[in-house]
Write a protein that binds this ligand. Structure first.
Ligand SMILES: NC(=O)c1ccc[n+]([C@@H]2O[C@H](COP(=O)([O-])OP(=O)(O)OC[C@H]3O[C@@H](n4cnc5c(N)ncnc54)[C@H](O)[C@@H]3O)[C@@H](O)[C@H]2O)c1
Ligand SMILES: O=C(O)C(=O)C[C@@H](O)[C@H](O)[C@H](O)COP(=O)(O)O
Ligand SMILES: [Zn+2]
Length: 356
């Protein structure tokens, strides 16, 4: 076993444990006094969730297994309501805990249910996808979708701890693994360019869980996120930089009825944000953005005819203030800035640059 512990500071500090063979550390992340642990996990992943439940049982907890639909299909108020009922039936109290096991969709759901049950009980997250390890499970943002858009309902609830068992990555489908690289690359552009250098040196290796720099990439991206959310949990300002590429990405996900991977949409959204930066006279990182995303097999273009719908979906972005559309752009590599109230012409011109 080799474990790295990355502490996320703030009002309620917690550790992100990263390593192989680290499942036994799970019980150390739960706060004292827990009797019942409700394990929320995708119904499709019993072989991954099983050992988590077993580790908790061995540590003496009463474990309740709560399977939910796979992926984004679980991020609905109906699924959340079913879980609230189950927590009630199983007598889960304020001294008990939720453990969320799975990809980012499941950890978002588990965090939301924990954050709303009894007005908030502790949650420990066990992310099992690359994307969830480096982004979704860290930072305390959770949420569900509504018919109007992505993540429109949710809370900020820092987890009691996060456990990244790197062995779980071995079974990930390649498409989902590569989608997770988009959030790592995002971390490179907004804060840690060494991430970009490592990926550009051997893009093929970056697409494999057993690549020589996999663990370094994961830990670097977790540190980027930990530094930001430790300083600004509730997105009063700084945290917005983590939303780089997401304004268009969330609109694309909604347009695709969530049939596209979040990371794929973020990849396209980052090219759009890079074009916006360039056209607004800020940094020109368009070529580097396209090149690194293409090198790992991520998409960089979208359909020309979709603009009116996408523009409409973007009006519900959480960074907006009133009618003012706001974007995260780059003033230089690793120097994110804001673009506030850009003209409709600029928004459309940037979109034309990313059309297939
Ligand atoms: N809260 C945040 O800060 C934050 C940050 C980034 C993304 N997100 C959210 O995360 C979600 C995307 O997460 P994701 O990319 O992990 O997608 P996902 O949760 O949909 O998981 C992708 C697929 O991989 C499967 N899977 C999970 N672990 C596996 C494993 N070890 N082996 C084989 N298959 C496995 C899942 O069952 C699913 O089918 C989106 O809903 C996005 O909005 C949240
Ligand atoms: O943690 C954050 O803050 C982020 O913006 C990280 C994003 O990668 C993530 O997809 C997040 O869920 C988006 O948040 P939202 O507030 O735009 O829904
Ligand atoms: Zn994201």
């Amino acid at each position: 076993m080799s474990a790295t512990r990355i502490t996320v500071n703030g009002d309620s500090p917690y550790d992100v444990v990263v390593g192989t063979g680290v499942l036994a550390e799970l019980a150390t992340l739960l706060r004292p006094g827990v009797r019942t642990v409700a394990v929320i996990r995708p119904e499709t992943l019993p072989e991954i969730a099983g050992p988590v439940g077993a580790a908790l049982s061995e540590a003496g907890y009463e474990v309740t297994d709560l399977p939910v639909p796979d992926g984004e299909q679980a991020k609905t108020v109906e699924v959340a309501a079913g879980l609230w009922s189950a927590l009630g039936r199983h007598g889960v109290t304020r001294s008990d805990a939720v453990v969320g096991v799975g990809g980012g969709a499941t950890t978002d759901l588990a965090g939301f249910v924990a954050g709303t049950w009894l007005r908030g009980i502790q949650v420990v997250l066990v992310p099992t996808t690359l994307l969830a390890m480096v982004d979704a499970a860290v930072g305390g943002k959770n949420g569900i979708d509504t018919p109007e858009g992505k993540n429109l309902v949710g809370t900020f609830l820092p987890p009691a701890g996060v456990l990244c068992e790197l062995e779980t990555l071995a079974s990930m489908p390649r498409r989902d693994y590569v989608a997770g690289l988009a959030e790592i690359i995002k971390g490179g552009f907004i804060a840690d360019p060494e991430i970009l250098t490592l990926i550009e040196a051997d893009p093929e290796a970056a697409t494999r869980p057993d690549g020589p720099h996999t663990r370094e990439l994961i830990e670097r991206k977790i540190r980027v996120k930990a530094d930001v959310v430790g300083a600004d949990l509730r997105e009063a300002g700084l945290r917005e930089i983590l939303n780089y590429g997401h304004t268009l990405a969330h609109a694309i996900e909604r347009e695709e009825h969530y049939g596209i991977r979040h990371g794929e949409a973020v990849a396209i959204g980052m090219v759009y944000a890079a074009e916006l930066s360039r056209l607004a006279g800020r940094a020109d990182l368009v070529d580097r953005t396209r090149s690194i995303l293409t090198a790992v097999g991520l998409p960089t273009t979208y359909q020309a005819g979709a603009w009116p719908h996408l523009r409409d979906h973007m009006r519900l972005d959480k960074k907006n203030r009133g009618a003012k559309q706001r974007f995260v752009v780059l003033d230089a590599l690793a120097r994110p800035g804001r673009l506030e109230g850009p003209s409709e012409e600029l928004l459309e011109a940037a979109y034309k640059e990313i059309c297939a």
